[in-house]
Design a protein around this ligand. Structure first.
Ligand SMILES: C[S@@+](CC[C@H](N)C(=O)[O-])C[C@H]1O[C@@H](n2cnc3c(N)ncnc32)[C@H](O)[C@@H]1O
Length: 442
């Protein structure tokens, strides 16, 4: 990411687009920050023009300032190389209990893992956050690796073992599952477990750490284990759920930014230092633009209205109260003409301190009426806010991914790290593999 300074300047200037969560943007006055010229020109677009904006098609009719915003996004986008595999018929065979999406994910990731492990002459793997063991079983079925699946959720470990007994009994000696919460100090534990499971000497056996959708901080933890353990020669993880990263007492993620380079650039700009907060992390793992392209006029309308209604509810309650989802709205209410009834169905008010539930009152209805008049086109504006978020989502995600790549490489001149898109984002939104290797034994 050579243009980091420019990316930060851009994200700083347009912080209003993503700074507040999608329930708080109305209360925080985001819709009032929409430049008037943008509102008018977005309203005049037809469906196709609107759907194509995140793909770099900039309609001539747009306001000049908005066109400049979109041109800047195009200039700042960094393309991550795409290395998708062509699956043969055998690969398309489904495995019981696995969705077609998950099949594609484990199939593509095991292919990439096999490529690199063959090259590095590695036969033993550790799968971090192994869940129900899908990736482990695929790696054994196709390539006969020995794999230790590590998962902190005991129920998932039990299910993984049950699946193994039921569908993959022949993998018993080569695929083992253990329950453990992985931290950067887990090597001692992992080493013991590897010794027990496969009778190897982990300190002088080359190993690979792998992970499919290593959520929250788990990818960063795996990077640290890779950096500090000499014979872990390969790290191949696909991150996800950036918004689940641990946040400190002043609302900032502990693990972003990580690299010296990103830290320096972000902190040297006081407004840039405000970027890494939960709403930014949420946007980074929002649906990528591919889904937006397929949305119909009706779907945009429903999405915008739902988003706006939910944000309205937040503006109605007092500061010591919060809105909670309780159940899905009933069909009969969804189709009611009473907008307020539709909006509150499925939500309740709770006192922030005591958690006590409180009823919706006539004052709320009155405030609702006033706001509805003020933001008569609130649903449409909210959908346009989603459009702006969708156009910058990739830049936000890339910031997190490239920060991790730079962090791996900053630790040693012998570490190499690349980012590869191994799936179509349409199939799997979090489709980037972080692949790190060591050039020599340090
Ligand atoms: C998004 S799920 C992916 C599961 C599996 N890899 C798959 O793709 O089907 C992430 C998994 O990582 C586990 N996990 C998260 N943090 C962990 C940690 N620090 N140590 C062990 N497991 C962890 C979660 O319990 C969850 O099962």
């Amino acid at each position: 990411m050579n243009n980091l300074e420019e990316v930060i300047r851009f994200l700083t200037e347009y912080q209003w687009i993503y700074k507040h969560s999608n329930t708080k943007y109305l209360k925080s006055g985001v819709l009032d920050q929409f430049p008037p010229g943008w509102i008018g020109s977005l309203r005049s677009l037809n469906q196709e023009e609107l759907n194509n904006i995140p793909f770099g098609r900039i309609p001539q009719s747009l306001d000049e300032d908005l066109k400049e915003f979109l041109r800047t996004i195009l200039r700042l986008k960094v393309d991550i190389p795409i290395v998708q595999i062509k699956e043969d018929d055998k690969d398309r065979r489904s495995i019981k209990g696995i969705s077609p999406k998950k099949m594609k994910e484990i199939s593509s990731l095991s292919f990439q893992i096999h490529q690199i492990c063959q090259k590095e002459n590695i036969h033993n793997l550790v799968d971090l956050g192994s869940g129900l063991g899908y990736l482990c079983q695929m790696l054994f079925e196709r390539h006969k690796y020995k794999i230790l699946g590590v998962e902190c959720d005991e129920e998932r470990v039990k299910s993984a073992r049950l699946r193994q007994e039921k569908y993959f009994p022949s993998s018993r000696d080569c695929v083992k599952f253990v329950s453990h919460f992985v931290t950067e100090d887990s090597w001692e534990f992992l080493s013991q477990e590897l010794k027990k499971a496969f009778e190897i000497h982990p300190d002088n056996t080359s190993l690979a750490l792998v992970g499919l959708h290593a959520c929250g901080d788990l990818t960063v933890t795996s990077v640290r284990i890779f950096q500090s353990t000499e014979n872990i020669r390969v790290l191949a993880v696909m991150p996800c759920c950036y918004h689940k990263m641990e946040i400190n007492s002043i609302g900032k993620p502990l693990n972003f930014p990580l690299s010296q380079r990103f830290r320096t650039v972000l902190t040297s700009n006081p407004a840039g230092d405000e970027i890494p907060r939960r709403p930014f992390l949420r946007l980074a793992c929002q649906q990528p633009a591919s889904r937006w392209k397929r949305m119909s006029e009706e779907e945009h309308k429903i999405h915008g209205n739902n988003m706006f209604r939910r944000a309205m509810l937040d503006t109605l309650v007092d500061t010591d109260e919060e809105v909670h989802r309780i159940k899905k709205a009933r069909e009969s209410v969804i189709h009611s003409d009473d907008e307020f009834e539709v909006a509150i169905c499925g939500f309740e008010i709770r006192n922030r301190n005591t958690g006590t539930s409180m009823p919706w009152k006539s004052e709320h209805r009155s405030k609702w009426r006033i706001l509805s008049r003020k933001y008569f086109n609130g649903g449409e504006l909210s959908e346009h806010l989603t459009l702006l978020q969708t156009t910058i989502q990739e830049i936000c995600e890339n910031m997190i991914l490239f920060d991790r790549k730079v962090y791996v490489e900053e630790a040693s001149a012998h570490f190499r790290c690349e980012l590869l898109k191994i799936l179509d984002a349409d199939i799997s939104p979090r489709c980037v593999l972080l692949l790190a290797t060591k050039t020599t034994k340090s």
